[in-house]
Design a protein around this ligand. Structure first.
Ligand code: G6P
Length: 364
């Protein structure tokens, strides 16, 4: 199938804008009225452990999912990048599942990691965009993320759809393991169903990002901070920016700031804080204040409540709709992607074909 840009300047812009629709498709496929729609054989009852392995953006989706499987389902998770996992001879409990997340389903390291696990665990599960791919074929169960063809080298809609499928699995795990009752499940399903609408709202109010990006384009280094499930999103925000704007960026857990990166802070270093008004908000704000005390330029991305409480002293704020706590990373992926996109535009780099990168890495 030939895919067109459909009026957008770049595939990446089109793929960012498509997210409310493709996420809606995935929701339609994976949710039933009162529950989730996953193969019965995917039973997490009594499981000792989950292992999640991937590369690049897909690995950050696994990192978010670890927070979900642990907090929603009480299921211990191990995560690793495939290139390390495949050679470190990790012992795997027999009573465990291994999940491989890959947009293309062809990444060589991820495929090798899958082959390592195949005879050792109870079940291997593929979370892939390409349903006919090697990883999909070799796993016991393959779950399509239904993002549609992704052309931009920097992954966008595949990331949010990967997150959605992993969130649905975490909910099933929570139900199977007696951690999530009918009422809590209904609330979580409602929260997931609200995401396409929230994404539309976030896209509709994303115009200020263009101006912010013009300033970011002048930076040499940029830090992204987050806590809890927003920490992996900080990593993904930094990766997106590096990939397409070639600006050095790092994602850090907010609480780790004082253990090193704070030494980098001066007037020239933008620090992007991704902090919905959640349980950990106050802690993140105090980390943010440490940055401002050293004259760092803080961009706070939060909801109305967070901005009302903590905007003072920041360089800029970006307002997001309020979102149910565990699933905030799915929504906050959008401003992270848009910041990278517009910064790259301001720098004049080749957004869809960044130098030195390939869409799919099929050699080691
Ligand atoms: C490449 C791409 C990334 C992607 C990674 C993993 O590095 O440029 O965007 O996240 O491979 O690819 P996969 O197809 O396994 O998700």
């Amino acid at each position: 199938t030939r895919v067109e840009k459909g009026g957008y300047k770049h595939f990446m812009a089109k793929e960012i804008a498509e997210q409310p629709v493709v996420l809606g498709d995935a929701l339609h496929h994976y949710l039933r009225e009162n529950g989730v729609n996953l193969p019965e054989s995917l039973d997490f009852t009594g499981l000792d452990r989950l292992t999640l392995v991937a590369c690049g953006t897909a690995f950050y989706a696994c990192t978010v999912a670890k927070y979900w499987f642990e907090s929603l389902a009480g299921l211990p998770c191990e995560i690793d990048v495939a290139s390390e996992f495949r050679y470190r001879e990790p012992p795997l409990p027999e009573n465990s599942f291994a999940i491989f997340v890959s947009q293309s389903g062809e990444t060589a390291d991820t495929l090798a990691a899958l082959r390592y696990c195949a005879e050792k665990v109870r079940k291997t599960i593929a979370v892939v965009n390409v349903a006919t791919s090697s990883i999909a074929r070799e796993c016991d169960v393959a779950l399509p993320i239904l993002a549609g063809v992704e052309v931009g080298v920097a992954s966008t809609k595949a990331f949010t759809c990967q997150l959605l499928v992993l969130a649905v699995m975490a909910l099933k795990a929570g139900v199977d393991r007696g951690r999530i009752g009918p009422e809590a499940l209904a609330a979580h399903l409602e929260a997931l169903r609200s995401l396409p609408g929230l994404m539309n709202a976030a896209l509709a109010t994303s115009e200020p990002i263009v101006k912010l990006a013009e300033r970011l384009a002048e930076a040499q280094d940029i830090l992204f901070l987050g806590r809890g499930p927003m920490f992996p999103l900080a990593l993904e925000g930094a990766l997106k920016l590096k990939e397409i704007s070639y600006i050095h960026a790092e994602g850090y857990a907010s609480g780790e700031l004082k253990h090193g990166p704070i030494a980098l802070i001066d007037r020239m270093v933008p620090v992007i804080v991704m902090a919905p008004h959640d349980r950990l908000f106050d802690k993140t704000v105090s980390n943010m204040q440490e940055v401002m005390a050293r004259h760092g330029m803080v961009l706070l991305i939060s909801d109305a409540k967070g901005i009302a409480e903590a905007a003072e002293g920041t360089w800029a704020t970006l307002k997001m709709p309020a979102v149910a706590e565990p699933f905030a990373p799915i929504l906050y992926a959008l401003p992270a992607q848009l910041l990278a996109y517009h910064t790259a535009i301001a720098k004049g780099t080749d957004v869809d074909q960044p130098r030195n990168l390939a869409k799919s890495v099929t050699v080691e």
